[in-house]
Design a protein around this ligand. Structure first.
Ligand code: GLY
Ligand code: MN
Ligand code: MN
Length: 462
């Protein structure tokens, strides 16, 4: 293995990935194998493909960036001689191929994959049908992430059938299939110091992109022109791809939660809601800012914006180990319900409104979610019968906090001045030993900061 600190396509060290594999192997039951599949390329149209995105569980354990590969982790029976038949990490990948590489790009092949990624062995994918069943033979369990990829699920059953076909020569086939998604997902939920550093970086990059969008906002431009500025800023700073479909939603479009058409004109006196984050070494930022297209909030916009901002700050301040999303939801729902009641947007008996969580009429999505290699990252929320997320926060978890108020243009139940206003504010927060770290440090969000950046290009003097 080369003494190489960095793989070429990721800011993580090789040791980070070999340690993850060792940890996963330590969690596997004895005499088992775990099989993980890389993603395949996805056709966009005819013979062109979407930008490739590696399967995140596969990437988490391997660091490997090419499509069409299988990772096999082998855990022996306790007591076997580790040097001969011990824990092993084995990769099956594409062969080097001069013609394919001229047309489609370089391939690492088998020899370099062992050196660069620290696998014990690497075989050609073309040999997998002959080789892989031998590793399954006589194992008690097969672990794999079931249900993610139908083709892969049926491949695993086919390998098992091959082993079963050898039973008359004394080979035993595994009798247990274990969906190991939760094992990897629980590992992914707690971020290492190196992962946190990447998530800090991608937040700084994405925050700079939001700031640039504020500076470049102009009445009469199309939403996709701001999208172009965001994507340019991501890529220019090393986050080549966005982590998810960029949302640039002017005015009432902000009331469509996953609006990605981005093809409308930005209008005077309207807000624009931007939900956009870059991806760096596979890790997502997920930031939302809402600001006036023309740089100056109207009074009604200011009022709703400040309500959402105060709710967000309240939730963030409560984040620490042992806190839960359920507790934060109570804080935010009570705060927003009271605020909307005081503004006359909700009416009736306040005690009843609070009990009914009446703000949910206008705060129509969850308060936040785990964040990491996926934008809606994996990891159990431990939802109870009342649909409350009761998982106690732990140091190393990263989540978004993203309250919002959405009042559609056609909502006749509120005064006209509120209609068509959509506000969401979203930051990315890491749980620390005693509290939290807000990773979203350079995307302006106070009314004063936003108006100052948009009028002068600078933050106000402290
Ligand atoms: N960008 C998707 C979300 O905020 O959940
Ligand atoms: Mn989010
Ligand atoms: Mn978002």
């Amino acid at each position: 293995m080369k003494n190489k600190s960095l793989l070429s396509h990721t800011l993580l060290t090789l040791a980070e990935f070999t340690e993850r594999r060792a940890k996963f192997l330590s969690l596997m039951p004895e005499n088992s194998v775990a099989i993980f599949s890389a993603a395949n390329e996805v056709t966009r149209s005819n013979d062109t493909e979407y930008a490739f995105c590696q399967n995140k569980n596969f990437y988490y354990l391997s660091g490997y960036s090419e499509p069409d590969a299988i990772l096999l982790l082998v855990k022996p029976s306790f007591g076997e001689d580790k040097s001969q038949s011990g824990e092993q990490s084995i990769l099956f990948n594409r062969d080097k191929d001069a013609l394919q590489e001229i047309w489609h790009g370089r391939r690492i092949g088998q020899t370099a994959a062992v050196e660069e990624y620290g696998f014990d062995q690497c075989f050609s994918l073309s040999e997998i049908e002959q080789i892989l069943p031998d590793y399954i033979a006589n194992k008690a369990q097969i672990l794999f992430c079931q249900g993610q990829n139908e083709k892969f699920d049926s491949q695993v059953y086919a390998w098992l059938a091959t082993v079963k076909g050898q039973s008359r020569s004394g080979v035993k086939a595994p009798r247990q299939f274990v969906d190991c998604s939760a094992l990897v997902e629980e590992m992914r939920l707690i971020k290492s110091p190196a992962e946190l550093e990447i998530m800090r970086q991608v937040n700084v990059i994405s925050g700079a992109a939001h700031t640039r969008a504020m500076k470049e906002s102009a009445v009469g431009n199309f939403e996709y022109q701001l999208e172009a500025a965001l994507l340019h800023e991501f890529a220019d700073n090393g986050a080549r791809h966005p982590a998810y479909g960029t949302i640039v939603a002017g005015g009432d479009n902000g009331n469509i939660l996953h609006y990605t058409n981005n093809d409308d004109v930005l209008k005077n006196n309207e807000l624009v809601l931007i939900d956009a984050g870059g991806e760096l070494s596979g890790y997502a930022a997920d930031i939302t800012r809402t600001f006036p297209v023309n740089g100056k909030f109207s009074q009604a916009q200011k009022t709703l914006y400040q309500l959402v901002l105060d709710a967000q700050n309240l939730a963030i301040a409560a984040i620490k180990p042992q806190a839960t999303f359920a507790e934060l939801n109570i804080l935010v729902n009570d705060f927003l319900t009271t605020g909307l009641y005081e503004l006359g947007i909700l009416s009736g008996d306040l005690a009843l409104l609070l009990e009914e969580k009446a703000c949910k009429k206008y705060f129509i999505h969850g308060l936040g979610h785990w964040l990491g290699l996926d934008v809606h990252d994996v990891g159990d929320y431990q939802v109870n019968d009342q649909r409350q997320q009761c998982r106690a926060f732990e140091q190393g978890m990263v989540m978004t906090i993203e309250p919002g108020i959405y009042i559609p243009l056609d909502d006749q139940s509120v005064e006209e001045k509120w209609r068509g206003i959509a506000v969401r504010i979203e930051d990315n927060i890491a749980v620390t030993e005693n509290g939290y770290e807000n990773l979203t440090i350079n995307a302006p969000k106070s009314i004063n900061d936003i108006e100052s950046i948009m009028s002068s290009g600078k933050l106000p003097k402290q």
